[in-house]
Design a protein around this ligand. Structure first.
Ligand SMILES: NC(=O)c1ccc[n+]([C@@H]2O[C@H](COP(=O)([O-])OP(=O)(O)OC[C@H]3O[C@@H](n4cnc5c(N)ncnc54)[C@H](O)[C@@H]3O)[C@@H](O)[C@H]2O)c1
Length: 289
């Protein structure tokens, strides 16, 4: 897709971080923007900021876990502007980092993280793609996974599983669309560390998916230390605007895999691919002293 002016982009998780940067980048290209997020006040600020730059923008409070919300988002977007050309299924949460041993993770962590990160993308595909196909115009779907969709670390199982799911779903969607010679294409975004509010995701966990006991009780001292390390890695990560620029270029050039990663993650990716190619057991890298 390489004509953007006057076209319509829908971005979920648009009130913060990568989503806000994507919405801003597509607005700069002359697109009309539909911003969706679960957080009402930041969503309104994001819409105001984009409008202040002269773009057309509406916002729809959406919990991507809930199918009815995503259907309502699609209705609002098509009612407002008749068409949708770019869909960014970007909303996501990090969670389930709290317990040592995957067997100790509460089911609520799985339900929440898979619900937002994987089902959220699925809802977007199910409610937008048929209508985007019916338009018969060029369009693009961008699914935000993570490099955690391509490699596994030693923790964050629900997040890693959800992001592997998003990569697989995106590849299959891409093949489905190409097999039909559709004018729609797909990219999957798999970044390493990006400086956003992702580590504060608990702010958006619904009450019914909060496990017994406070998060602090469930987080061991080692996990607490790991959290602090992650906070530092995020702070020194890519700027969301840099990621949004790469996504824009990928949509423009019909590039499927968008994988901007830090050098040590590049090594982990190569190791994982090599483990599989050589039928070698997963390499375990000792944590740095
Ligand atoms: N920050 C990173 O290092 C990094 C790396 C790889 C992938 N990602 C992915 O990027 C995406 C965006 O995250 P971010 O890093 O910008 O974090 P962020 O917390 O800054 O932004 C995420 C946004 O999603 C919204 N959100 C959360 N739950 C929602 C729900 N149920 N429905 C609708 N909106 C919801 C939040 O309110 C927030 O505005 C996520 O899918 C995340 O997994 C982030």
């Amino acid at each position: 897709m390489n004509e953007f002016t006057g076209k319509v982009a829908v971005v979920t998780g648009a009130a913060s971080g990568i989503g806000l940067a994507l919405a801003t980048r597509f607005a700069q290209a002359g697109m009309k923007i539909v911003l969706a997020d679960i957080e009402t006040a930041p969503l309104e600020s994001a819409r105001a900021a984009i409008k202040a730059k002269g773009a057309h923008a509406i916002s729809v409070r959406t919990d991507v876990m809930r199918e009815q919300d995503v259907k309502r988002l699609a209705d609002a977007a098509f009612d407002a502007w008749g068409k949708v050309h770019i869909l960014c299924n970007n909303a996501g949460v990090s969670g389930g980092v709290g317990a040592d041993g995957v067997w100790n993770l509460p089911l609520e962590d799985w339900d929440w993280v898979l619900g937002v990160n994987l089902r959220g993308v699925l809802h977007g595909i199910r409610h937008f793609v048929p209508r985007m196909l019916a338009q018969g115009e060029a369009g693009h779907i961008v699914n935000t996974a993570s490099v955690a969709g391509l490699v596994t670390g030693a923790t964050a199982a629900p997040y890693t599983v959800s992001k592997h799911g998003v990569v697989a779903l995106s590849e299959i969607l891409y093949k489905d669309l190409k097999a039909r010679k559709a004018k729609l294409s797909v990219s999957v975004l798999c970044p390493g560390w990006v400086d956003t509010r992702i580590i504060e995701s608990e702010r958006n966990r619904p009450g019914e998916l909060k496990p017994e006991g406070s998060a602090e009780v469930r987080i061991s001292p080692q996990m607490q230390m790991w959290r602090e390390v992650v906070r530092g890695l995020l702070k020194h990560g890519f700027r969301p605007e840099t990621i949004a620029g790469l996504v824009f270029d990928a949509v423009n050039s019909d590039t499927f895999y968008i994988v901007p990663v830090q050098p040590d993650i590049e090594d982990a990716l190569a190791r994982r691919l090599e483990d599989i190619r050589l039928r070698r057991n997963p390499t375990i890298v000792p944590p740095e002293a």
